[in-house]
Design a protein around this ligand. Sequence first.
Ligand SMILES: Cc1ncc(COP(=O)(O)O)c(C=O)c1O
Length: 391
Amino acid sequence: MVEEINPPQRLLMGPGPINAHPRVLRVMSAPLLGQFDPQFREYMRQASELYRGVFQTANRWTLLVDGTARAAIEAALVSLIEPGDRVLVPVFGRFGHLIVEIAKRCGAAVQAIEVEWGTVFPDEALSAAIRKHRPKIVAISHGDTSTTMAQPLADLGRVCREEDILLYVDATATLGGMDLPVDAWHLDVVSAGLQKCLGGPPGSAPLTLNARAERRIVRRRHIEGGLQDKNYRAGDGPAIQSNYFDLAMIMDYWSDKALNHHTEATSMLYAARECARVLLQEGLPAAFERHARASRALTEGLQAMGLKLFGDQAHKMANVTGVHIPAGVDGERVRHALLNEHNIEIGTSFGPLHGKIWRIGTMGYNAREEAVTTTLRALETVLAAQKFRRP
Ligand SMILES: Cc1ncc(COP(=O)(O)O)c(C=O)c1O
């Protein structure tokens, strides 16, 4: 028989997952309950309320999609997009391409616009693209961990609302670490994952949607045959092309109707609820400031070592930093030495940045001074062993 799992104690300083908060890990060992147990329904109700705080929204439909962050991206897109819909996707990194890919699979007529990796779109470029392409939906990432850039969204929300366009935002990598006032910025649907600034394990994806999105989704409600009651009437819109990610059924599952759509990922709901409790107990402004402070400490430390930061620093995410691999240094050897000799994980990169930058996260439980100094010290030791000399 193989041994019981006993993983090494790593400090996870990549772009996610990060080390989960100890309180979150503790609640995951709480006893399971049936998903229609009144006590469990109360935990669900509390989770909704807590995530209204995290998303800074009054949206009734604030819930968890079971799965990693892309589960909620798929749920949002497949439930909003009707085949043939025009969807505009501003792409500034790998996760923009992911949105394009999912939207195409949903049958959208996708119009992608791109900027160079390491930059973001000026507000005017987004308004001009909207005027030119007249989409029904705009779908965009807030922070793209592949480039470490954060796209300003306040103006985009206003423009989409004025033009009656639905705006979906992937906030997987920023929720809890950077300000994202969903209602104030007029964001219609926003989703995230636990494994970054929320300080939990991957596997639950918080999502919020407002009344504008609800209207579009509800007219596509088609409940599976075995669950229909005598009062059931299907919506007059086309059925959502996924059962698991059908937000109309997931909303019925979260509501008092308690539709028996899927079996809840019980322990993940406990985890998600605790992530939000930890965050809201600290307070959102304090959490944003802690992320910004950790990021500043990291970037100052990297520059003091003679390393060069990647990308437009005015639009860098507060929780992931890109740093150029210096000439003559083998980036993968450095990462392996950090992992094997210091138990620290940092991120590699992909696409046009492959082999060019490392990505270092300061997120959630690891947005702490101690985690930053431990990482900087180890990196300095490993680079010295590779004969790196400060320029
Ligand atoms: C911005 C962004 N979106 C989506 C994802 C996909 O999340 P997951 O791997 O949890 O499905 C990630 C993961 O790194 C991400 O950074």
